[in-house]
Design a protein around this ligand. Sequence first.
Ligand code: GNR
Ligand code: NI
Length: 172
Amino acid sequence: MALREILVAPDPRLKIKARPVETFDDALRTLLDDMVETMYAAKGIGLAAPQVGVPSRAIVMDLAREGEPPAPRKFVNPEIVWASDEEVPCEEGCLSVPGQYADVTRPERVRVRYRDETGVRHEIDCDGLLAVCIQHEMDHLEGVLFVDHLSALKRNMMLRKVQKAQRQKTGS
Ligand code: GNR
Ligand code: NI
């Protein structure tokens, strides 16, 4: 397993629509394992392949709380097959928009169809943080960041802060 670099906005690779996974091979399983390791190292609860520069429809997530045993989940080619009419706001952050947080309103519940890392099909009903996180991750597969759900004013303010912090970090 290996750590991968997490891209930070405004990296253009975060704006690309990811392609479906067609072969459930060892390369896919290595990617997913690397993504889990990278997510844990960054203390995130989810990570989408485009965030590590891979334009594939693959997501990892772990919603276990501190002190609970790790519970990594892997989703390949996920699709939302139903979403509730009810929507709820939740404060979101993103490893590709570090240090910035804002409320995003999304459907409260979704039903998601996906394949696991061996290609087996599953369908799950999601609510709470799972629903929020899976919708946030699936946005990444469309090249959408949580700041794209905000007003242009808020979005540009957050992206400018991220760029400034990155410039200070890299000394450029
Ligand atoms: O670590 C993360 N926390 C989080 C909090 C609220 C809503 C969504 C998320 S996902 C984020 C990790 C990330 O950027 N995934 O793409
Ligand atoms: Ni994110």
